[in-house]
Design a protein around this ligand. Structure first.
Ligand SMILES: NC(=O)c1ccc[n+]([C@@H]2O[C@H](COP(=O)([O-])OP(=O)(O)OC[C@H]3O[C@@H](n4cnc5c(N)ncnc54)[C@H](O)[C@@H]3O)[C@@H](O)[C@H]2O)c1
Length: 258
């Protein structure tokens, strides 16, 4: 068991990569505090962890709300006295041409992807500094590395997450805390499915046409399963990655190697 008795806090656990990560970390022996804004999805994830329920706590929180994020971190410290691994996974995607993009969607992207990442780290960092160990893992994206048509605002948030992660790695190194990101490529989750559905609708083509285009972006020619991304997150959480900080693990099926 690669994270046996490690205390792991995970945002965005109701769906996709977050849910797969919760399952993998539970299988690998972690104590988990899982959270999401989607309470029903979160309960479904919790129910999937039935065998280890006593090792899992769940909290409905909105990462845009500092008070709620703080509550999640304080709860973890009160219950376990430490945080070994913080996985900053909650995210949203909104796509569209810039001249037609709504300010509401822009604010949502910034507030969830960037501010949410900042708040989640901000309230945990004092404990990481005190305990002088731990691993923080953020979710960037291929969109942090390359341009994607109609994704300018999403790309800007994920490039921001990448910059934030690298800079935070410098700040946390003196405290023996590693900070790394994972950059998934096209991963088969509700987020990607909604992205493809919207593009199909906007372009008046069918869903499978857009799906095939996304599949062909990676050299492996298929989407990742969320479970395949969870393995990268697990790797960064363990001592197998003990000499990695400020790194970005690209798990994109070869998309950015072209
Ligand atoms: N799926 C992909 O192809 C892909 C590619 C690159 C990066 N990512 C990144 O991976 C992460 C997980 O994405 P996913 O594909 O599993 O998406 P998903 O939509 O399946 O899951 C994201 C989760 O975040 C939660 N969330 C959204 N807003 C929130 C808020 N304000 N507070 C708390 N929780 C909130 C959602 O409810 C959802 O459960 C995201 O950061 C995403 O940007 C995904």
């Amino acid at each position: 068991m690669r994270v046996r008795d490690k205390v792991c806090v995970l945002t965005g656990a109701a769906s996709g990569i977050g849910r797969a990560t919760a399952k993998l970390f539970a299988d690998e022996g972690a104590f988990l505090v899982i959270s999401d804004i989607d309470e029903n999805g979160l309960k479904e994830t919790y129910n999937l962890l039935a065998k280890v329920k006593e090792r899992v706590s769940f909290m409905k929180i909105d990462v845009r709300e500092p008070k709620e994020v703080k509550k999640m971190i304080q709860f973890t410290i009160e219950k376990y006295g430490k945080i070994d691994v913080l996985i900053v996974n909650a995210g949203v995607v909104r796509v569209g041409p810039i001249d037609e993009f709504s300010d509401e969607d822009y604010d949502l992207l910034i507030n969830v992807n960037l501010k949410g990442t900042y708040y989640t780290c901000k309230y945990a960092i004092p404990y990481f500094k005190k305990q002088e160990f731990g691993s923080i893992i953020t979710l960037a994206s291929v969109a942090a590395h390359i341009g994607q048509a109609n994704h300018a605002n999403y790309c800007s948030t994920k490039a921001g997450v990448l910059g934030f992660t690298k800079a935070l790695a410098l700040d946390m190194a003196p405290y023996n805390v590693r900070v790394n990101s994972v950059s998934p490529g096209a991963t088969d989750t509700p987020m990607l499915q909604s992205d493809v559905a919207k593009q199909a609708k906007d372009r008046c083509v069918d869903y499978d046409t857009v799906k095939r285009e996304f599949e062909e972006e990676g050299v492996l020619g298929r989407w990742a399963k969320p479970e395949e991304i969870a393995t990268g997150i697990l790797f960064l959480a363990t001592d197998d990655a003990s000499y990695m900080t400020g790194a970005d693990l690209r798990m994109d099926g070869g998309w950015t190697t072209r």
